[in-house]
Write a protein that binds this ligand. Structure first.
Ligand code: NAP
Ligand code: HSE
Length: 429
């Protein structure tokens, strides 16, 4: 049997403890597939005094660099989170010739291009997008025979959990968030999930892999779910839609990258993806539409992806890196469409005075700016102001913004209370 490979686990929280549990549960099979024993020599944590029940004899340290520098460590697993010191630790390990496995989408979205260009064979990041769902390897390897022009996904478990619970159990945003935090789905700072930023980081990674070109966070138009009201989920249902936080990457004559809450028709495949479940839809020119779905967060699902990468790293180390990865970025940077050029149907809710002629004034403002109305729900004869809700035909964002400016200025309009995109397409349907 080959010699043991030394492993340093940086982080023993939700994901790190899951890695240790999986290694304990399936050690024999995993080591057989890895070509020999795996020895977790170090566990780095922030607090050495926090009580922990970890199934390992590894040395605990609060100095992750000490673990990275250990010459007996061949693979560093970074599951601490955050941009720094994680990026520095990862880069130090790679520069020393070690393999790195990470679940950290912040590092990969922000520094992935540089790190992957320098170390294409030794950085593994399956767990960075969609937790337990294998999606990085399918995009990078299994779908290599395809041109991919679209990736559409629900890639944040926390927000999908919150929206599902608000919609189906009628609980408040705060209660649903507390449940997601207790289950270990949310980031250390949950505003990162709620604001759409977590999904935006994942979208950058998916777009880089799907379109084989470098992108950055600045290319992504991002809106979160913080402004959503339960009443909008209820109106969406009346129109036959459900609301999801979507991540969209599309390539036409320009690339469009956006993360935002969107109304999806109830029969859309992504509309049925509930709770912490994630789903990534891609369409290959050879395969046609494909949907990858499963647990997008949580201890064991995410650790499953980390351990798969650990096994891959061990195999590469033991085969002396005989399977080189080609360059990831085969394309130059394509033009990225700015938000005002994007086109979409919209859901709009206005708070208005309850008086004859209000609908006509709003419709006329839409008409003047080439925004065409598809359907309307008007609630009246209650306490003022009342809701007036529209779904538009596809409209350019720039035209819609001008129409909304004109509508906001109408004396009969109290407030533009909601403005959400409607996403109907999947595949070329
Ligand atoms: P977590 O539960 O907060 O655990 C973080 C661990 O890292 C803790 O053990 C913490 O130590 C340790 N740590 C943090 N900063 C450190 C530092 N500067 N030095 C030494 N140790 C440090 O986080 P998590 O949920 O496991 O997430 C870890 C990573 O996986 C993040 O990048 C996250 O985005 C990603 N991820 C998470 C999930 C999920 O479902 N949770 C899914 C996919 C990807 P203490 O224990 O002493 O606090
Ligand atoms: N906070 C993230 C989520 C963890 O809720 O999806 C998985 O990346």
């Amino acid at each position: 049997m080959s010699q043991a490979l030394g492993v340093a686990l940086l982080g023993a929280g939700t994901v790190g403890s899951g890695v240790l549990r999986i290694l304990e549960r399936h050690r024999e099979r995993i080591e057989a597939r890895a070509g020999g024993p795996l020895d977790v020599r170090w566990i780095a944590v922030r607090s050495l005094t926090k009580p922990r029940d970890l199934p390992t004899n590894a040395r605990l340290t609060d100095d992750p660099l000490e673990a990275v520098h250990d010459p007996g460590v061949h693979v560093v697993i970074e599951v601490m989170g955050g941009e720094e010191p994680a990026t520095h630790l990862i880069e130090t390990a790679l520069a020393q010739g070690k393999h790195v496995v990470t679940a950290n989408k912040v590092v990969i979205a922000r520094s992935g291009q540089r790190l992957l260009e320098a170390y294409p064979d030794r950085l593994h990041y399956e767990a960075s997008v969609a937790g337990g769902i294998p999606i990085i390897k399918p995009l990078q390897e299994c779908l290599i025979a395809n041109r991919l022009d679209q990736v559409l996904g629900i890639v944040n478990g926390t927000t999908n959990y919150i929206l599902s619970r608000m919609d189906q159990a009628g609980i408040s945003f705060g209660e649903a968030l507390a449940e997601a935090q207790a289950a270990g789905y949310a980031e250390a700072d949950p505003t990162y999930d709620i604001s759409g930023l977590d999904a935006a980081h994942k979208l950058v990674i998916l777009a880089m892999l799907a379109f084989e070109a470098p992108f950055s966070l600045a290319d992504v138009h991002v809106e979160g779910i913080g402004q959503l009201e339960t009443t909008d989920l209820a109106y969406a249902r009346e129109f036959g839609y459900t609301v999801k936080l979507l991540a969209v990457a599309r390539r036409e004559e320009a690339v469009e990258l956006r993360v935002h809450p969107a109304l999806l028709p109830r029969e859309h495949p992504l509309a049925k993806v509930d709770g912490v479940t994630n789903a990534v839809f891609v369409e290959g020119d050879a395969t046609g539409p494909l949907m990858f779905t499963g647990a997008g967060a949580g201890s064991l699902p995410t650790a499953s992806s980390v351990v798969a990468d650990l096994v891959e790293a061990a195999r590469r180390l033991r085969s002396q890196g005989q399977e080189p990865n080609g360059p990831l970025f085969r394309q130059g940077r394509p033009r990225v469409r700015p938000p005002e050029e994007m086109v979409s149907p919209f859901y709009l809710r206005f708070r208005v005075v309850d008086r004859p002629g209000v609908l006509a004034q709003i419709a006329s403002a839409f008409g003047r700016h080439q925004v065409s109305i598809e359907s309307v729900i008007q609630r009246g004869r209650g306490h003022e102001p009342v809701d007036l809700v529209f779904i538009t035909h596809p409209a350019r964002v720039a035209s819609l913004s001008q129409a909304l400016e004109a509508i906001r200025a109408l004396p009969v309009v109290h407030q533009v209370a909601a403005c959400l995109r409607v996403e109907r397409g999947w595949g070329h349907a």
